[in-house]
Design a protein around this ligand. Structure first.
Ligand SMILES: [Zn+2]
Length: 259
């Protein structure tokens, strides 16, 4: 790390007063653990205040339980899993909405965006994390969350609500090529964050979801075989100039929060 480009200094170099505040917006319980769990854990341990919104309870996901529980029972189990994972990561708040899993794209125009704007007004985050334009997996719910959160960020920025940086989940180039998303922000990381110290937290969070979910169990096994030391993200706002790699958000904030 650090050899791909120079460190990017902040848009204005200022230090935000108080602790860094972060809002994550995802579609399903476990999106945070497939995504930036280890990064969030690192910032939480450095003093950041992290809140999350999950738009659905994930009742449409594929469980490995036999016999499979009813959708309502699965939603209840997944809510428990999320709360365990979020506590391990260090979330200060979990806002689990109950929109239908698989139904986010069919919500009335602007509804999810309004929910995100309201959360920004309540928590005043400087940093937002969500899905990029293809939601890594192209799941329609992920795309809906991407659109709503990006629109909400832009509205909050215009309204002077103090948002500063918007990040998308992104996978490394090789994996992006395999997944057919290499041309998208989701496949073009410009932010590389060292997560060696908190990778075990990602495993713990994934383990919570693996209790009931098939793909979480598979991903957990992969991660145990092949530990990660870097999390890749794509910073979409403000844009990152070509050739530069960001190595953390809000620059001095994590250091400042340690003292
Ligand atoms: Zn998802």
């Amino acid at each position: 790390m650090g050899e791909d480009g120079e460190r990017l200094d902040g848009p204005d170099g200022e230090r935000a007063p108080g602790v860094a505040r972060v809002l994550t917006v995802y579609a399903h319980p476990d999106d945070e653990s497939f995504g930036p769990a280890a990064v969030l854990a690192g910032y939480a341990r450095a003093g950041a205040m992290i809140h999350g919104i999950w738009a659905t309870r994930g009742e449409g996901g594929e469980t490995h339980l036999e016999p499979p529980p009813s959708p309502e029972e699965l939603a209840r189990l997944r809510e428990d899993d999320l709360r365990v994972a979020a506590a391990a990561i260090g979330y200060a708040g979990v806002d689990l909405l109950a929109y239908p899993d698989g139904g986010l794209a069919a919500l009335p125009a602007g509804e999810l965006e309004a929910v995100v704007v309201a959360a920004i007004e309540r928590h005043r985050p400087q940093v937002l994390l969500t899905f990029g334009p293809v939601g890594i997996t192209r799941h329609a719910d992920h795309l809906a969350v991407h659109r709503a959160t990006t629109a909400a960020f832009d509205r909050a920025l215009a309204a002077g609500l103090g948002v500063r940086e918007l990040y998308y989940d992104a996978v490394p180039a090789e994996r992006a090529a395999e997944m057919g998303i290499a041309a998208e922000p989701d496949g073009r990381p410009n932010t590389l964050i060292d997560i060696a110290a908190t990778f075990p937290v990602k495993l713990a969070a994934m383990r919570a979801h693996a209790r009931h979910m098939k793909d979480a169990r598979e991903r957990l096994a992969q991660l145990e075989r092949d530990p990660q030391s870097i999390t890749t993200l794509h910073r979409a706002r403000p844009p990152v100039p070509a050739g530069i790699m960001v190595t953390g958000w809000l620059q001095e904030r994590p250091d400042a929060a340690e003292g």
